[in-house]
Write a protein that binds this ligand. Sequence first.
Ligand code: AMP
Ligand code: ZN
Length: 114
Amino acid sequence: MDDCIFCKLANHQIPTSIVYEDDDFCAFKDANPQAPVHVLVVPKRHFANVADDVPTEVLGGLLKTAVKVAEICGIRDKGFRLIMNTGADAGQTVMHLHCHVLGGVDMGEGMLPR
Ligand code: AMP
Ligand code: ZN
């Protein structure tokens, strides 16, 4: 999709720090990391977010790729958090489906900052 930053990153039109990629997915470091490990996993095909009628195989592939990224980053066994911000109330700022992979620190049990 024209004018989508994540389409451009995933399809090598803009250089980025790629952690993993295959034919369908790309994972790159978040530009504003919120944890020692903070990687974004995106499908190379454009979807706005997880509520955008995404095919099941894309959703499955996204999660499988996120686990692969956790393995590559050495946090699979210690633990990691996956986040998919969806829409305005969730604070989604980039309208291309992405899954945050966060880890490398003890994030505690709460899901939201208090
Ligand atoms: P979200 O709030 O879920 O839409 O998060 C979008 C994420 O994309 C944020 O964590 C940003 O830091 C990250 N981001 C925005 N532009 C870039 C970029 N050019 N390269 C890497 N990460 C980016
Ligand atoms: Zn896109």
